[in-house]
Design a protein around this ligand. Structure first.
Ligand code: SF4
Length: 228
């Protein structure tokens, strides 16, 4: 994909959604960390359901330690892998207290040292809680980046490296959320909704369906039509 096409894609995504946000509910960086750890192989909707009552009670690592592993499990038992996640979160809270005074560090290495926190989770925290221009590549972003041709790669690390290199700087901070939302609601794994896709004419996916009404007419908003 050439540079001008890539830029046009992100301009359209920004016009349609100027301030994209995570769909996980949280009140502070610590709660975001808990929510992101819980969201592995689970839906944001399922995580939000569980954390709504948990976060009323727990706002700090100390509060989660006080609740304890068994207590935590009662709140998150509807979420897949909840036993492992509860164990990791309690250990992570102990480390946050010991090493960081109960504060979530704005540092990749320190984040990745926490149990249950890998590169993807650290990227989400750095981006969403601290505004750093990181791009966490999950299953949606991996698929969208490869299909569209925005940044191709055989694994998530390759795609992340290319996205960081190829996405113009002004779009980098929000690229994660735009691509994830595109993957979650339009560029679905089994049946991509190409006919209603905002970037259908720019996407380089060879199997996209283009047999219905052109997407720009269906998707058009006043803001998009105002583009020069
Ligand atoms: S046109 Fe189709 S394949 Fe391309 S990004 Fe949109 S939904 Fe995905």
């Amino acid at each position: 994909m050439n540079r001008s096409k890539r830029r046009e894609i992100f301009e359209r995504l920004r016009t349609a959604n100027p301030h994209p946000r995570t769909e996980l509910e949280y009140g502070n960086p610590f709660q975001l960390l808990v929510a992101v750890v819980l969201s592995a192989q689970a839906t944001d909707v399922g995580v939000n359901k569980a954390t709504r009552s948990l976060f009323r009670k727990v706002k700090t690592p100390a509060a989660l330690l006080e609740l304890g592993e068994q207590g935590l499990k009662q709140y998150i038992k509807t979420i897949g892998l909840f036993n492992t996640k509860a164990s990791n979160l309690i250990k992570a809270c102990a480390l946050l207290e010991q090493r960081h005074g109960g504060v979530v560090p704005e540092d990749r290495e320190a984040l990745e040292a926490l149990p249950g926190v890998g590169r993807k989770t650290a990227n989400v925290i750095l981006n969403t809680a601290f505004g750093q221009p990181t791009i966490a590549v999950d299953t949606h972003i991996f698929r969208v980046a490869n299909r569209t041709g925005i940044a191709t790669g055989k694994n998530v690390t390759e795609v992340e490296t290319r996205l960081l290199r190829l996405v113009p700087e002004e779009f980098r901070k929000d690229a994660h959320h735009w691509l994830i939302l595109l993957g979650r609601y339009t560029c679905l794994a089994r049946k991509p909704r190409c006919t209603t896709c905002l970037i259908q004419d720019l996407c380089e996916y060879s199997h996209k369906s283009v047999d219905q009404e052109p997407p720009r007419k269906q998707y058009a908003t006043a803001a998009i039509d105002e583009r020069p």
